[in-house]
Ligand binder design. Sequence first.
Ligand code: COS
Length: 385
Amino acid sequence: MDYFLTEEQTMIRDLARQIAEEKIVPVREELDEKEEFPWEIMKVLAQSDLFGLFIPEEYGGLGKGCLELCIAVEELSRACLGVSTSYAANALGTFPILLFGSEDQKRRYLPDIAAGKRLVAFGLTEAGAGSDAAGIQTTARLEGNEYMLNGTKQWITNGGEAEIYTIIAISDRAKGPRGASALVVEKGTPGFHFGKKERKMGIRASVTRELIFDNCRVPKENIIGKEGYGFIVAMRTLDSSRTGVGAQGVGVAQGAFDEAVKFARQRVQFGHPIISFQAVQHMLADMATEIEAARSLVYSVARYIDGGARDVSKESAIAKVFATDVGMRVTTNAVQVMGGSGYMREYPVEKMMRDAKILQIYEGTNQIQRNVIGQALIKEAAKKK
Ligand code: COS
């Protein structure tokens, strides 16, 4: 379907697609097997200016929006979700600075991020605070001109590889969610260490580590927004990034669908290619329908965000939940169409199905997304009364 992309958006799509096909597809299996961070590909993305897509021109970026970011993420996800996660998590970590950072922080960090010189990670989740994000225990206590950071962040994408970390911590426990603050912490700050690298079901090219803060002193000027703004910073960040997770769902679904069609045309059973059987055609038809519906939704929400909509919690949750459920269903059905071959590691759909599962879990589980949508519906209904 033609989404009437502008000439620039089409160029971004073609560029990301070319990188995906030429640089990612040939190495994705090896990256997955070795659980290796894709530094070489990150360098290519940096040289192609893709890290600067969503960063304003005044800070060295291309000044594009959510739609362009979604298009790039979708294309990379078509080839490898592990690589696209490393790329998209960089945007997730940057949003706090972009949305709430001071002019000084933007000048200090955004040009390097746009150039792909320094990678970013977002640190909210802890062992006891996943869905219950307000339950974080990491503390940031103001002592003179510094915040003293103590605690451990868990399952942080790009942990260890990134140079810049946007961390949510409690600065005043008595105030509940309003007592959280967001801080920029740089790699190398004394008292900031990395814990174990996690071994995952999928997205193995991306790295997931613990961040450990042990009396880590962070300059007071590294606070993002104001003290007490941390929870809002985190929630607004997730509102901005969840559409991109939806784009990952569209991309991985498209990648798996393409493989299933190619296979179904070649695989002969009962004397005919299996694509000639109605049972297989119907599965492919459902997959194609779902992918197009998910893409339409993700692009529409991205355009809504780029159009300047203020509160996008509900819409970004809708895009995330639908498109990532499609990602899981389509990759699973691609394995089904390909039967025993689909289950074997010599075909990429086995990895795509393993990879897709995380999309229903990270950046807020799909159950939490439904809570967010439900809460928004209650608020809207109350306003109408
Ligand atoms: N934008 C701005 N403010 C928001 C917000 C948003 N999207 N969502 C919530 N808030 C505000 C609320 O208005 C409330 O403020 P007040 O106390 O001033 O009214 C405060 O934040 C707490 O909100 P709420 O009571 O809804 O919080 P809960 O403890 O019930 O937690 C959240 C609900 C939103 C945290 C949960 O639904 C959620 O999204 N969890 C998933 C977290 C996540 O994505 N984890 C992945 C980590 S990063 S990969």
